[in-house]
Design a protein around this ligand. Sequence first.
Ligand SMILES: *Cc1c(COP(=O)(O)O)cnc(C)c1O
Length: 390
Amino acid sequence: MVHPRVLRAMASPLIGHLDPRFLELMDIIQEQLRWLFHTRNAFTIAVSGTGSAGMETVIANLVEPGDSIIVGVNGVFGERIATMIQRCGGQPIRIDAPWGSPIALEHIEYHLTHGAPIKALAIVHAETSTGVLQPLAELGRLCRAHDALFIVDAVTSLGGIPLDVDAWHIDACYSATQKCLSCPPGLAPLTLSDRALAAIRSRTTPCHSWYLDCLLVADYWADSKRTYHHTAPISMLYALCEALCLIQEEGLEARFARHRRHSMALLAGLETLGFHPLPPTDYRLPSLTCVQLPPNLDEQRIRQQLLEEYGIEIGAGLGPLSGKVWRIGLMGESSRIEYVFTLLLALEEVLSQAGVKYRPGEAILAAAQGYQRLIATDYLRDSENLQTGI
Ligand SMILES: *Cc1c(COP(=O)(O)O)cnc(C)c1O
């Protein structure tokens, strides 16, 4: 869901991409993004394009033919990074883990220490195809110790869970507007460290993509230059600025707590209906709940019914998880109590029609008790959380 203020911002009158007022807006967005990414990186921009354009910008600029890049593959998006590395002539050194598990630090450390020199490690912070949260802080230290660049896909994490680009030594980090930022799809926030920029400047071949060439794009975003490169998607940048204002007004801690609260209550309800989480306890994303399905469920029909009768869209399992899991996003504006209860009520109804046995009301009760447990603990004592909360 997108906040009405963001929709309104998109309907604002257009100005030119070199209009001084628009350049001012770009400055504001850069400052907002630095705040959100927790970084002082000068190169912090919004790439024109969706999250995959952010991914492609990082890979196309940092990978030169022959470069060895370690890539964690435990879902769709790690796989996509590996494909892009290959297309740029790089050598992806895959570290595979089962879909639903994080990538083990020891395996990464092994490849950093043995074999060919490694230019970078690329990893997905929040794997949207499996609901797995990948811990990053240790990996950043490891990359620094081995003089490898650290590339992070933060598409489903930025604005939903803590992310600290500078403290975790991340050199290249991209996201997308339409996940936890609650903005329509169309831009990819991106930040590059000075180390990453130095690696790009010392390329022996120019980046094969002209549109995504960071050095050219930088001349448009740098306030000393403002050289036309390509026309900025003006209305999308209005929307992003407003979405980021909303995040600043809520505050990051309150926002993260809200995401945790509602995913916890949702999961409590789902478990009573026989849907159990795929990732292990400490590796679950609050922004995306991935649950295994009870046996013999006509899951496709149930998802279709939820969409047609209740207007609720559930993500299907992808790749090897097709037909085995559901992916329920509670991101940004959608991380709210009314969505949790509506889904659980709708699910009880639809499952009972499908002949599944369950105790009526139990899922709702479990979710409500989940919220109450939080109120009872110190989770919600903070008045800021209460104001923005349930
Ligand atoms: C959605 C997503 C992408 C791709 O973003 P698009 O906006 O669909 O291009 C990349 N990585 C992750 C982790 C994602 O969830």
